[in-house]
Ligand binder design. Sequence first.
Ligand SMILES: Cc1cc2nc3c(=O)[nH]c(=O)nc-3n(C[C@H](O)[C@H](O)[C@H](O)COP(=O)(O)OP(=O)(O)OC[C@H]3O[C@@H](n4cnc5c(N)ncnc54)[C@H](O)[C@@H]3O)c2cc1C
Length: 456
Amino acid sequence: MAHFPGMKTVRIQDRPAQVYRSDLCVIGSGAAGLSAALEAARLGQQVAIVDAAPNLGGQAVGAALGTICGLFRNGPVPRRLTHGVMDGLFEALFDRGEAALRRVRGTFILDYVPNAWMRWAEGQVAECGIVPLPGAIVRRVEQRDGIVEALLLSTRFGDARVEANRFVDASGDAVVPWLAGQELRESAKPVLGTVMAILEEVDTSLCAGYPRSLYHDLIRRFGSEFGLVRAEGPVFVLPGTRKLLLNLTHVETPMETAGLALAGIEGRRQVDALLSLFRRELPEAFREARVAVYGNAGIRQTRTIVGRSHVTVEDVATGVRPPDAIARTTWPIELHGDMTGTHWTVFGENHIHYIPFGAMLPQGLHNVVVAGRCIDAEPAALASLRVMGPCFAMGRAAATAAHLNRSGSLHQIDTAALQDAVGDNLNRETTDPWAKEAVSETGPEAEGAAEGAAGS
Ligand SMILES: Cc1cc2nc3c(=O)[nH]c(=O)nc-3n(C[C@H](O)[C@H](O)[C@H](O)COP(=O)(O)OP(=O)(O)OC[C@H]3O[C@@H](n4cnc5c(N)ncnc54)[C@H](O)[C@@H]3O)c2cc1C
C-alpha cells in the first residue's frame, strides 16, 4: 500500500496563468502557418504556433487532403517553383516511400500520405524548438495603435496568453484582423468545401487501371439514386498503399459552429453513398473496401483581409509580375462555386502568376502579416493562390519579413531585401530527382483535358 500515491487539494487560484512569450507568434499550422513557423525558427527567431485543432498540420492533415498542388511549372518536364522548408518535406516524404509525383493538367502534383506529413511537421516543430500550442483558440486580440501586443487563447486547461513582436495570421479566416475589428472581405457567393475520404482494402492494382472518367460516369448515371451532388473530382491511390483518396463531395462550409458541423455530417453521408455506389458497380475492386478516414469538413475559402494590395482574376490571368512579388504559381483557377462541378481555367506552358506582399498586409495593423488562404484576393483569383504550394511560399515570405523588419511597421518593409531573401521562390526552377518516377494518369486526364483531373 505504501507505493500508492497520496492526494492533495488544488484550486484554480494557485495555478499560474499560461503565458508564452516569443519573437513571432503564428496562428494556424496548415501549409502556410507551418512553413512560416519553420522558416522563422531557421532564421533564429523564437516561435510559438497556435492552432484550434488538437494536432498540428491544419487541413493538410485534418482534412486529409493528400496532394500538394501549385508547386510546379507546367510543361513536358515540370520544374519546381517553391523551395525553402518544402525541400525538407520532399526528402522526408520520399525517404518514407509515402509520396509520389503525379502528372496532371500539364504539371506535377505531389501525392502524400497525411500521417507522414503530420509526423514530419511534429518532428520539425520539436527539433526547431518551436512552442506548439494546439487545442488553443484565439478569442481576443490586445492591440494599441495598430500594434498587436498579445493574443488571448482558450484552452482545455484554462485561458492562455501569447505575447510577441510579430504575428503571422495563417488561420485561413483572418482571425487576428477580424478580432482586431478590421474590415474584411467575404465572397458574395459561398465557395464550397469538401469532406475528403480515404478508403482502405481497395484492390488498388485494379484501380490503377481505371480512368477517373469511369468514376465520374458512374456518378452521372447513378448519383441521384445515392443522393450524390457532385459529378466529378479527383480519385487516386495513396502512394505505396491499398488506399484510395476521394475528393468527390461538395458541401457549404458556413462560418457558424452548428452549420459547419452539419456540413461535416452531410459530407460524410456523401462519402458513404460513394462507397455504396462503387461497391455495387465495381465489385472486383471495392468488395472489401471500407472508409479508413473521413476528413474534417474541408474549408476552401472564407474571409480575406483588406490588404495594401488586392489580387484580381486579371492579375492571375495575365501573369504580370507585381513590383513586390514574393511567390509564384501556375495552378489553374479552380473555383468550387457550384454543387455539381468545378470551374477550371487552366493556363498554358509558359504562364506563371505571382503573389504580391501587399496582399498579405492587413490595412490598419503594423506587426501582422497574413499567409495562406486569407490574403487579399478576389474569390476566383484566390481559387488558384490558396493551394498548398503557394501557401508554403507565402509562409516563407511572412517569416522572412518578420525577421528582416523586427521593429516599426511591416508596411515599411524593404521590398528588395525581402525579395532577395526569398529569391529562389521567385527565380529558381529545379528538376526534382523523383520526377523520373512520376505516376501518369490513365485516360484523357493525362492530357489535362478532363474536368476534375486534378483538384484541390
Ligand atoms: C477539401 C479540400 C481539398 C483540397 N485539396 C488540396 C490539394 O489536394 N492540394 C492543395 O495543394 N490544396 C488543396 N486544398 C487547398 C488547401 O488545402 C488550402 O487552401 C490550404 O490548406 C490552406 O492552407 P492554410 O495554411 O492557409 O490554412 P489551413 O490549412 O486551413 O489552416 C488554418 C488553421 O488555422 C486554424 N485556426 C483557424 N482559426 C483559428 C483560431 N481562431 N484559433 C486558433 N487556430 C485557428 C485552423 O484550426 C487550421 O488548422 C484543398 C482544400 C480543401 C478544402
